[in-house]
Design a protein around this ligand. Structure first.
Ligand code: ZN
Length: 194
């Protein structure tokens, strides 16, 4: 893998990979795809280095990590939302200005109609056979932005709901109510299981 990374002549990408590898554990194909998606969004939305961005990843696999380590978009700060669709797609937008209901974002996906031009990478994507990360990433480096499709989207800015805290009638712990429920969602799930 080091040989492949050494071939990358973009110093910005090299430095991003240096931060990403210890965070993710290694340079996986999925994490590299996230990095390329981040590059596209950076250009399209004019995102500054380290600027706070909001990301919705459509998979838990690898893809969210570049956004977490390079832009601090985490689940805890609501900068990262993950939809469990198992799709290689992300939507990225900048923060909203006060009073703004919608903010412009971009949805980018890894397009199988385009990856088909890169047979080794396409075989990895479609899981047709075992393709080592080194080979998949080599092809992605050749392809660059050529395998992605994107469109601008309007992202709705979430409205901060008022926090209604209650004590659960079963476990006695406090929780934030969603509706008029009297027991916490943990206990509700336990009850359903019985
Ligand atoms: Zn409870």
């Amino acid at each position: 893998m080091d040989e492949i990374i050494a071939k990358i002549d973009d110093p910005e990408m090299r430095s991003q990979i240096d931060k990403l590898v210890p965070f993710h554990g290694y340079l996986s194909t999925g994490a590299f795809i996230g990095l390329q998606m981040l590059q596209i969004a950076t250009r399209l939305l004019d995102i500054k280095k380290g600027e706070r961005i909001y990301v919705t990843s459509e998979t838990y696999n690898c893809l969210p990590d570049p956004f977490q380590i390079l832009h601090g978009s985490t689940i805890g700060n609501k900068g990262l939302k993950v939809l469990d669709y198992d799709k290689m797609a992300v939507t990225i937008n900048k923060g909203a200005k006060p009073g703004q209901e919608y903010v412009e974002g971009v949805r980018i996906f890894l397009d199988p109609a385009k990856t088909i031009k890169y047979p080794v990478f396409h075989a990895w994507y479609m899981n047709q056979r075992k393709v080592p990360h080194e080979e998949a990433i080599s092809e992605l480096l050749k392809a660059g932005e050529d395998v992605y499709t994107w469109e601008y989207v309007e992202v709705q800015v979430p409205v901060k709901a008022k926090k209604d805290v209650a004590i659960c009638q079963i476990c006695g712990e406090s929780f934030v109510k969603k509706d008029e429920e009297e027991i916490c969602r943990g206990c509700a799930q336990e009850k359903n299981r019985k």
